[in-house]
Design a binder for this molecule. Structure first.
Ligand SMILES: Cc1cc2nc3c(=O)[nH]c(=O)nc-3n(C[C@H](O)[C@H](O)[C@H](O)COP(=O)(O)O)c2cc1C
Length: 260
């Protein structure tokens, strides 16, 4: 494995950071990597906000499904899908007026633009993760930034076309990184296919989840009443309160983005 592949292979999410701050020059390198990520149409349809203020971090720890480690992370970045910059620039340039003179069909940012900007934000975030890891700075995504859109919009003073898509907590590991679990993945044959989608049949599903079911059998049954791994995941994640809130919040984001 070359050095790049080793960094990718060895990376793991870390939620327990030491008190060591992340120096500005390290932050700059992480930002540089984020900005060098591929971006649709070279438009950089994203923004990055550093949540530097301790009160904001504390609030995010609460609004992102009560995850206290967020408040303790020395470096926190929120990645936003952002069409506002381009929309404002189009208007500054008189683009809609010119399009009207040319009798062109017009529109405002729509759900396709939203999705493309989400892709941009995530691609940039992952570059930041890998760059950080290569510098000894570990990270953890916070998907729960998708919740409580109205509160986050207020905290960060967001205009209509700038929406939080993901958040990253960064810091140096408190313990040697080898002492954190490197969690396993599903076998590649269940995830990747050639030329067409491969829907897994019952046998394949059972084989894919067998190691997880086995692991669960070796432990006491979970307190949530689940009798197998699928039930456990469904109860713990899919119908958890945060999942309902996330769907509500993302619905509001899209509604706001699409409003006239
Ligand atoms: C989109 C996304 C959202 C995530 N959200 C959270 C989160 O809110 N809290 C958390 O502790 N970990 C979160 N994670 C980290 C995952 O739990 C972690 O990547 C997964 O368990 C695999 O572990 P690994 O990253 O160590 O390989 C998220 C990861 C991704 C990609």
């Amino acid at each position: 494995m070359n050095e790049t592949l080793k960094v990718i292979d060895q990376r793991r999410s870390n939620r327990i950071f030491s008190d060591q701050p992340v120096d500005q020059n390290v932050k700059d390198q992480i930002f540089h990597a984020a900005f060098r990520a591929p971006t649709a149409g070279n438009m950089m349809l994203y923004s990055i906000i550093e949540a530097e203020d301790q009160q904001i971090k504390q609030r995010l720890a609460e609004t992102c499904d009560d995850q206290p480690f967020i408040a303790k992370a020395p470096f926190v970045l929120v990645f936003l899908a952002d069409y506002q910059r381009w929309w404002d620039y189009y208007h500054l340039c008189g683009a809609p007026g010119r399009a009207a003179e040319l009798n062109r069909l017009q529109r405002q940012p729509q759900v396709g633009d939203f999705m493309l900007a989400c892709c941009d934000a995530l691609v940039s975030a992952q570059n930041a993760v890998i760059a950080a890891e290569s510098l000894g700075v570990q990270s953890c995504y916070i998907g729960d930034i998708l919740e409580n859109y109205e509160i986050h919009r207020q905290i960060f003073d967001l205009p209509k076309y700038a929406v939080p898509i993901t958040m990253l907590c960064f810091g140096y590991p408190k313990r040697s990184s080898d002492s954190y679990p490197r969690v396993s993945r599903f076998e590649p044959e269940y995830i990747a296919s050639k030329n067409r989608y491969h829907r897994l049949d019952e046998n394949e599903l059972n084989s894919m989840f067998a190691p997880f079911e086995e692991k669960m059998k070796r432990k006491a049954l979970p307190a949530n009443g689940a009798l197998n791994f699928g039930q456990h995941n469904y109860l713990r994640k899919f119908i958890a309160e945060f999942s309902f809130e996330m769907s509500r919040s993302v619905g509001e984001m899209i509604k706001s983005w699409q409003s006239e």
